[in-house]
Unconditional design. Sequence first.
Length: 247
Amino acid sequence: MPNIHSSINFGLVNIPVRVNPVIKNNDTSFNQLHDKCFNRINYIKYCPKCKIKVKETEIIKGYEYEKDDYIVFDKEELNKLKPENDKEIEIISFVSLSEIDPVYFEKSYDIDVEGKGKAYYLFCEALKKSKLVAIAKTVIGSKFYYVVLRFNNQNIIMTTLFFEEEINVRQDNGDYKVNEKELDLALKLINSLKGKFEPNKYKDEYQDNIKQAIEDKLNGKKVKSSKKKRKTEISDLMEALEKSLKK
């Protein structure tokens, strides 16, 4: 979904913008092959009742309200259900980012300036000075979202939010007691591992191993197992904490 034209509605101010995904998929792409002949497997949309292949234009959406009974919707009917001004990003409030649990964050987009950009840069500066983020609503593709707009260095990042009913976090009753000595050691261990968030140092080890294995296979070499450290399991928590600190 590259280069989507949209606009941020900030009171009566309209800010033309372009929306682009921030994240790119880094996974190595594999094709599914038939193990007998190494030919690629095709996926055919097939109706078992009519016993024919089905074209994309012949497919509609249906909701199964009872076993094998459906209410059907065509594209025109579904478009009627979209919110008003679905192509816009409508701001509804401003909050502190610390109030939002990261569990609600889904996917991020770069909000780039379009046109002269005076209103865009004013909005950036206002977010920066206020130290707040905007909560807004919009539609991306065919799905309705609430989003967070936040200032990031020189531009705005938009992050879609999960709805509360989509979050399934277990709520613990908190009825437990902590040993003070164990807590003191745990805090010392945390401080010993304290550092700065440096994402450039975090590498995808699994994808690196796959790429090396592809290179090895192309050169007629066998795939090597990645080195795994053997860990000694210690059942006593105090002993495990003490040995972790020494290590």
